[in-house]
Write a protein that binds this ligand. Structure first.
Ligand SMILES: C[S@@+](CC[C@H](N)C(=O)[O-])C[C@H]1O[C@@H](n2cnc3c(N)ncnc32)[C@H](O)[C@@H]1O
Length: 493
């Protein structure tokens, strides 16, 4: 407050501006210095001396907006428009103030009329697009961003707006291109930098990095690929990621490799990596889901080997069953080998309050919060069991075995009577798998393997008490991508 009084006093001093131009220059300087209140004082003083000066009035309106005085800003902008209905900046300012106040339809109407009269005004098109977007008219907004960028391809705010809309529609590649162009134009746009990173993270999960750095996995796959590949072989790599396994197949001497990845930026990046490593001649990357591949279009003939490292901690979540079934039916020779060749899923029941707390809540600070459990997810999540204090309630037991060289069933169900070895609460079933990469290489993703990129899958059960010596009924079903365990009701007698 003391500073403000001091500032006001400055206007009375002898070095205060002597002319409307002087007030305008000083006001703009104050705005530049991020002092809009001071700018308002200076510009008001200037306008008192020259009430008809449109420049002073416009900048005063802007200063009022910056100073958080939207009503005053609106009054000046409207007065300006009355005096000069064609005043571009005043029209844009009114529209901006309406938009900020939430009057989106009015702002849109005003800008729409303005754009009709000034169809080559890129900024006005972009502002109209912003308004339409905020009002939920996404198609219209996209059209206006396109129009703004046709007029001025480097209009930063239009690139930013269009990138956001395209990202929302899942057009990742185009959104990425807009963000990249925007960052070339203005590397300081942290909003664009963060949104681009968020976009990439949404489609490219971070687990790719530990997976790619998992030497046990990489070596097991490379050995199996080397053992399988013959010089005349056509290899199909479904879910190629960086192209690592495709390049291993090419290095092992395959005649040709066709790779695909459903995430377009991943597939495009794989193309670059493959080129950088000198394998472009041998490996073709198709962006898209494996079920869209066609022999004669994407593959010159049926493939001799399918590499399909589409396996998550719960084994089935990435869709390996449907990938293998579809490839067997449409993309592979009858004798083709699949890498990985198969897997056995193993489960164990545990008492672990800490694991249970990862996905359930009860009484907290004396309040019953259990209704929030409607948001706890029924499916498994992945954790490293060794990081959680826990008591195994039983020995690990085999759940399902899958043969990927055959035709893995779409769904199966089994029931177990699990001998309970220790009393406790049945908080969770923890499950993992032994991956048979080929006849000679296996990867065990159980709790003892603390360096594997695959952690254990955890699915919570009811946390009910179990007694040593009892046989606990557990049912388990899987579909192509999901698996669900449940405690079976005790049958009387
Ligand atoms: C676990 S990563 C493996 C990446 C790479 N094969 C490797 O081993 O380094 C699986 C990749 O497969 C892709 N993917 C999963 N199912 C797919 C499918 N049916 N068709 C194409 N891509 C798929 C995912 O986008 C992901 O990039």
């Amino acid at each position: 407050m003391a500073d403000r009084e001091q500032d006001t006093g400055d206007l009375d001093r002898q070095d205060a501006p002597q002319s409307p131009e002087g007030y305008l220059a000083a006001g703009l300087e104050a705005l530049e210095a991020n002092d809009p209140l001071r700018a308002v004082e200076l510009l008001e003083a200037g306008l008192a001396a020259a009430p008809e000066d449109l420049g002073l009035r416009y900048h005063l309106g802007m200063a009022c907006k910056e100073a958080g005085r939207p009503k005053q800003a609106m009054r000046h902008a409207r007065e300006l428009l009355e005096k000069d209905p064609a005043h571009r900046e005043a029209a844009l300012l009114v529209a901006e103030l309406l938009q900020e106040a939430g009057f989106l339809e009015q702002a849109g109407t005003l800008l729409g009329r303005f754009v009709d009269r000034n169809p080559e005004d890129a900024v006005a098109c972009q502002r109209l697009a912003d308004t339409l977007r905020d009002a939920g008219h996404l198609d219209g907004a996209l059209e206006c961003y396109q129009r703004a960028l046709q007029i001025d391809g480097d209009l930063a705010d239009a690139l930013h707006g269009r990138a956001g809309l395209l990202a929302g529609q899942g057009a990742i590649h185009h959104a990425e291109a807009d963000y990249r162009r925007l960052l070339e134009l203005d590397p300081g746009r942290i909003d664009a930098r963060i949104e681009l990173a968020n976009l990439r993270r949404r489609f490219v999960p971070q687990w790719h990095f530990p997976m790619l750095n998992d030497t046990e996995r990489n070596e097991a796959f490379e050995q199996a690929i080397r053992r399988a590949v013959q010089p005349d072989h056509l290899v199909l790599d479904v879910g190629c990621g960086t192209g690592l396994l495709s390049m291993m197949a090419a290095r092992a001497g395959a005649a040709q490799v066709v790779a695909c990845d459903v995430v377009e930026p991943i597939a495009r990046t794989a193309e670059e990596i493959i080129e950088q490593n000198g394998f472009t001649e041998k490996i073709q990357v198709v962006p898209g889901h494996s079920t869209l591949l066609r022999v004669g279009k994407h593959l010159p003939r049926r493939a001799d080997i399918l590499v399909a490292e589409v396996v998550d901690a719960a084994l089935l979540g990435e869709g390996i069953i449907s990938v293998v079934r579809h490839a067997r039916a449409h993309l592979l020779t009858p004798e083709a080998r699949v890498i990985p060749a198969g897997a056995t899923m193993v489960a164990m029941l545990v008492d672990s309050p800490l694991l249970f707390n990862e996905n359930r809540v009860g009484t907290v600070s004396g309040f019953d919060l259990s209704r929030f459990n409607r948001f706890s997810h029924p499916a498994s999540f992945q954790k490293r069991l060794s990081h959680y204090p826990h008591t195994p309630l039983c020995d690990p037991f085999e759940v399902f075995t899958f043969d990927f060289n055959g035709c893995p069933p779409r769904q199966q169900a089994r029931r177990f009577h699990v001998p309970i070895l220790r009393a406790g609460r049945c908080h969770a079933v923890v499950f993992w798998f032994t991956l048979r990469v080929d006849d000679q290489a296996t990867i065990d993703t159980g709790p003892d393997n603390t360096t594997s990129c695959w952690m254990q899958a955890v699915q919570l059960l009811d946390g009910g008490l179990v007694a040593a010596g009892e046989a606990l009924g557990i049912g388990v079903r899987h579909t192509e991508c999901n698996i669900l365990f449940e405690r079976l009701p005790v049958t009387p007698g």
